[in-house]
Design a protein around this ligand. Structure first.
Ligand SMILES: *[C@@H]1O[C@H](CO)[C@@H](O)[C@H](O)[C@H]1NC(C)=O
Ligand SMILES: *[C@@H]1O[C@H](CO)[C@@H](O)[C@H](O)[C@H]1NC(C)=O
Length: 531
């Protein structure tokens, strides 16, 4: 009897847990929400590829799956964008291949030995069983999963002429693609951790055109929704997922009952280091404007769709000047718009990529041996965007965090002094208008300049009038006693916040055309927040 009661209790608890953890997601205006509670859910994902020739999730040769998943949650991600190739789910000679057979097919003996050591249970699984097993383990650890159709034929993505680029290419038969979408949407019905399906990664190449994009993406969206109406249906644009601007003139015509999400990728590929070093402020302004015109506009009140920035990333060794400058600019925009996102990428290495065995991935958060974070400082800079900053159901009025994207930290006022802290503990600023004082919320204090090289303080003196200057709109400046503009700046050696001469900005506040300084120590963004 007692045992029965306990069992009943356990069952009730389990039901309760399932209920709170498994409600499908849907959309409410520009936000992704839990469809049961209506509360915002923010996707803060990391990409994990499983779509290359062996069709095996990367890293299982290097570490036990639990260890990898622990590293994902431990780094603050709540979700994985997990890739798949169409053929895995449409062609038995691909999908039914056992992991051991797939490794042998490419003579991957070292990876096989690594898997035998770290994840022996997977060798006898088919690659599709493995795909499900990984999703299963992610769910056990309460991570959400977005399944991304990355390619048709399993291989590295995304050359313009690789046969996987656009509908009608050698390996990219639209009918087979639809079959694959239907198969995956169905196969994952019993997996509540699978919250969404990305229809196709980075469409591109000589064949791409808008009419086919509308035709096939609309068909794909309807197909997924018919098979599995719980899923978010995630649509990426043309030109390697960098442009959805054509939606301004022609709507995407589907009826998905609040499941439609758009997706874009934002890298700095193709912009040379020198362009960034010469014109850091201007280039940040240019690429942010382009992102607004091409995809961030979707989140505007008038249009109001969620946007999933499902790939961005940098060489985490810090070797690319362009990457280093771009990511600072990127973080300011993403913190402001508070969109959902997925970092490229988790993997420190690939089992087999482009013919190379055990290849290093410098964009991976994990190191080559999947032992530790390649660059812990970079991952900690993601903190503010891993948090929900704007919760549209919140009753707390909006205030502003003063975010310093170069450090990933925020300004916290301690005994009237400026300090850098985890953005969770950021001081709350009132909405600011140019040429007016910067005021702390709920306090009498204003921020006032005390002189060049000196830390501004909060006091009753509200005479400093602050202005957002430079084309990047990321410098906060006020005049000193002599009428010269000084900008807030973080001194990297002691993390103090001081007022200094504005970098790459003239005395009249005009932008310098070229500038040898890196102005990013002076970049601050007032991030709207209400949680
Ligand atoms: C694997 O090794 C065998 C024997 O050395 C060789 O014949 C075959 O071409 C190799 N296959 C690949 C994909 O490298
Ligand atoms: C940064 O702080 C250090 C230590 O307080 C100081 O020696 C240095 O001059 C400061 N750098 C700048 C550019 O103000």
């Amino acid at each position: 009897m007692m045992r029965n009661k306990m069992n009943q209790h356990a069952i009730l608890m389990a039901l309760f847990l399932v209920q709170i953890n498994s409600a499908p997601l849907s959309t409410n205006s520009r936000w992704i929400v839990d469809s049961a509670s209506g509360k915002r859910v923010k996707l803060a994902c990391v990409n994990w590829p499983s779509h290359l020739e062996p069709m095996i999730a990367e890293g299982l040769d290097k570490k036990p799956i639990d260890d990898i998943i622990q590293k994902i949650s431990g780094s603050g991600f709540n979700c994985v964008r997990f890739t798949w190739a169409t053929y895995m789910f449409t062609r038995p000679d691909y999908g039914n291949l056992r992991v051991s057979e797939s490794l042998d097919k490419y003579n991957l003996s070292a990876a096989r030995a690594g898997i035998a050591k770290n994840n022996p249970q997977i060798l006898s699984m088919t690659v599709v069983e493995l795909h499900k097993a990984v999703v299963g383990e992610l769910g056990k650890k309460k991570l959400m999963v977005v399944l991304d159709n990355h390619v048709s034929r399993p291989m590295w993505c995304c050359a313009g002429n690789d046969g996987n680029s656009f509908f009608g290419d050698a390996y990219f038969d639209p009918e087979e693609w639809l079959q694959g979408l239907a198969a995956v949407a169905t196969a994952y019905k019993a997996f509540p951790q699978v919250v969404g399906l990305s229809l196709r990664n980075e469409l591109r190449g000589g064949r791409e055109n808008e009419p086919d994009w509308y035709k096939y993406m609309q068909e794909g969206a309807n197909t997924v929704h018919e098979q599995n109406p719980n899923l978010l249906v995630i649509i990426s644009g043309l030109y390697t997922a960098t442009n959805l601007g054509y939606l301004k003139s022609k709507a995407f015509e589907v009826n998905l009952a609040n499941k439609l999400v758009f997706e874009a990728h934002w890298y700095t590929f193709g912009i040379p280091d020198k362009a960034w070093t010469d014109q850091t402020n201007n280039l940040c302004a240019t690429v942010t404007k382009r992102a607004q015109d091409n995809y961030l506009f979707l989140t505007s009140a008038k249009i109001s769709f969620p946007l999933f920035l499902s790939e961005f990333g940098i060489d985490e060794r810090g070797l690319s000047i362009a990457d280093n400058r771009y990511i600072t600019c990127f973080l300011a925009a993403v913190a402001e718009f508070d969109v959902d996102w997925a970092l490229w990428s988790l993997q420190g290495s690939y089992i087999l990529r482009e013919g190379k065995v055990n290849l290093d991935e410098s964009y991976g958060i994990l190191d080559f041996d999947w032992d530790r974070l390649r660059n812990p400082g970079f991952v900690s800079r993601l903190r503010i965007v891993q948090q929900i900053n704007q919760d549209f159901t919140s009753k707390i009025p909006t205030y502003y965090k003063m975010f310093h994207p170069l450090s990933g930290q925020c300004v916290q006022i301690v005994s009237n002094e400026m300090a850098l802290a985890n953005c969770k503990y950021a001081s709350r600023w009132n909405q600011h208008r140019d040429d007016s004082p910067l005021k702390l919320e709920g306090a009498a204090g204003c921020l006032s300049v005390a002189g060049d090289g000196v830390s501004p303080r909060v006091s009753e003196d509200c005479s400093s009038k602050w202005k957002i200057v430079s084309s990047s709109a990321l410098h906060l400046a006020a005049q000193d006693g002599k009428g010269e503009y000084l900008c807030l700046e973080v001194n990297a050696s002691d993390s103090s916040v001081v007022a200094k001469k504005c970098l790459c900005v003239g005395n009249d506040l005009s932008n310098l055309r070229t500038c040898a300084d890196n102005p990013q120590s002076q970049w601050f963004k007032l991030v709207p927040t209400n949680v």
